[in-house]
Design a protein around this ligand. Structure first.
Ligand code: UT7
Length: 339
């Protein structure tokens, strides 16, 4: 027993910013962003919070699945940008929806939504739940360093959600972690404890090199730092490896795959991975041109958009693959069980 996807939903923030809009506030250009990332525009939060987006996506998914908040046995939120350090975003969503089930967050960065699906699978396997709400929601614009043009231009905000029910549609799942805190990170607040020597001033990182021996660059206090090229190399290698592995574990040939829904981090990463696999290029779905990189929200948003376009039919085989800070990777094969 694993699960089946009963419904999907997503939510878009109110601001839509083109590459030309970004070029007005930093030294960049539409040509650079399009050619290096494939992004044309992205959605960013205005007055709304990431919790608002998570709740809206959840409501759409519950409506699609025909379930109410009272039917939920567990709420999982994948996020690194919740509005509070505590309580978790999942608790805020539970309160807002009027649900009464346990709720907690999963932090595996951009791979968080797939990690959360794997956590949910365990609850189904132990027969503890019948309906689980899994949300990926991020407002990376809150932690992006808008003075670092190589990072700020790729990230965006949004939320996607699924409602899971009992079923046998998770065909295989694979999670990996290669601990490395220097390639992609944002530090938490340091606080003002008077008994610490750096109690009022954040000491961004104490180490000077990461587990691979590379120099760790210091982020500006509490902002996101990314070594783009290192993450790029890691992403390409892991996406190819994980997709091959997941197909092997699920006993799938390339021809069995209906769509690959990869993390929307950079169009060039997706194109390169596609070129190294025997899966037809057009099966790799992309919306990064319109949405940017929404981290843990990227895959559930893409899934919801694909479903709402009427592109999914019962029995379709979907491969999800993601990677992110950690460094984490995750992939899974899911059969689409709805008409
Ligand atoms: O979802 C989380 C995981 N994240 C990722 O998967 C991101 C992976 N990495 C990437 O997507 C790419 O590394 C980036 C899009 C972030 C950067 O692209 P890149 O091709 O690796 O560029 P770069 O950082 O090596 O910079 C190349 C040049 C530099 O100029 P010089 O030194 O060659 O003169 C940069 O200063 O491009 C310059 N540059 C820019 N120019 C205009 C960097 N960012 C920009 C920019 N606009 N926004």
């Amino acid at each position: 027993m694993s699960f089946t996807i009963l419904g999907t939903g997503s939510a878009e923030p109110s601001l839509c910013k083109t590459n030309d809009d970004l070029a007005k506030v930093m030294d960049t250009s539409d040509e650079w962003i399009r050619s290096r990332t494939g992004i044309e525009k992205r959605r960013l939060c205005g007055e709304e919070t990431v919790t608002d987006l998570a709740c809206e996506a959840a409501e759409h998914a519950m409506e699609d699945a025909g379930v109410t908040a009272r039917d939920l046995d567990l709420i999982l939120c994948a996020t690194v940008t919740g509005d509070y350090i505590t309580p978790s975003m999942a608790c805020l969503v539970q309160e807002r929806l009027g649900a009464s089930c346990p709720a907690f967050d999963v932090n595996a960065a951009c791979a968080g939504f797939l990690y959360a699906l794997d956590v949910a699978d365990g609850y189904f396997a132990r027969d503890r739940v019948k309906r689980v709400l899994v949300i990926g929601a991020e407002a990376i614009s809150k932690i992006a360093d808008w003075e670092d043009r190589s990072t700020a231009v790729i990230f965006a905000d949004g939320a996607g959600a699924v409602v899971l029910g009992e079923g046998g549609d998770l065909l295989a799942a694979r999670l990996t972690t290669r601990g490395n805190h220097g390639a992609l990170y944002a530090e938490n607040v340091k606080g003002n404890c008077p008994f610490r020597s750096n109690g009022t001033k954040a000491e961004n990182v104490s180490e000077t090199s990461d587990s691979d021996g590379r120099e760790i660059k210091k982020a500006r206090e509490n902002y996101l730092y990314m070594d783009g090229q290192e993450v790029f190399r890691f992403a390409v290698a892991s996406m190819i490896r994980d997709l091959k592995q997941i197909m092997k574990e699920a006993g799938l040939s390339c021809g069995d795959v209906t769509y690959v829904m990869p993390h929307q981090a950079n169009r060039r990463i997706i194109d390169f991975a596609a070129s190294k696999l025997d899966i037809a290029d057009e099966k790799f779905l992309v919306n990064i041109d319109q949405r940017g990189n929404t981290s843990a929200a990227a895959i559930p948003i893409l899934l919801d958009e694909t479903r709402r376009k009427g592109m999914l039919k019962k029995g379709d085989v979907l491969l999800f693959t993601s990677f992110g800070a950690g460094l984490t990777t995750a992939a899974c094969a899911v059969r689409w069980g709805r008409e």
